[in-house]
Design a protein around this ligand. Structure first.
Ligand code: SF4
Length: 139
């Protein structure tokens, strides 16, 4: 088990705490690619244009979920109410580029996410793939 560096492989399994879905300073936005908006529109059985109009806003040129109260609007209790349709950044948590230094991993992930240290081991290669997938959101 390794809590210290995601670069050496990490055990992780979501424990359903919902903590990664709440606003925490810079982690306040859920960014949405076109693929995410299409997937979520399909989840709600509406057109992508309607989903974008009703659920999104633009920040710095990127689409994000419109969250008037700070936490994700799809978080119900501790559960994601759109789990099957959730965006890429939710699928790749906690393997985000900004978490890859041991310090950031400790401060931004390990201290509050109960999934760290549980479940199966993610290899460095797998983590690198997830980090890249997260980076690609902003291409
Ligand atoms: S879409 Fe679901 S997994 Fe993503 S932040 Fe919202 S509640 Fe959490």
């Amino acid at each position: 088990m390794n809590h210290e560096s995601p670069k050496k492989g990490v055990q992780f399994e979501c424990q359903g705490s919902g903590k990664c879905c709440t606003s925490r300073g810079t982690h306040g936005y859920v960014y949405l690619t076109l693929k995410d908006r299409r997937r979520l529109a399909k989840f709600f059985n509406i057109l992508t244009a309607r989903f974008t109009r009703e659920y999104c806003k633009k920040v710095g040129g990127w689409f994000v979920l419109d969250e008037s109260k700070g936490d994700c609007r799809f978080l119900k209790g501790k559960r994601c109410s759109v789990y099957e349709g959730r965006p890429i950044q939710c699928r790749t948590w906690p393997f985000w580029p900004e978490h890859m230094s041991p310090r950031a991993w400790r401060r931004e992930v390990a201290v509050f996410c109960p999934g760290v240290g549980k479940g199966r081991l993610y290899s460095p290669e797998e983590i690198a793939r997830l980090v890249k997938e997260t980076k690609d959101i902003f291409r």
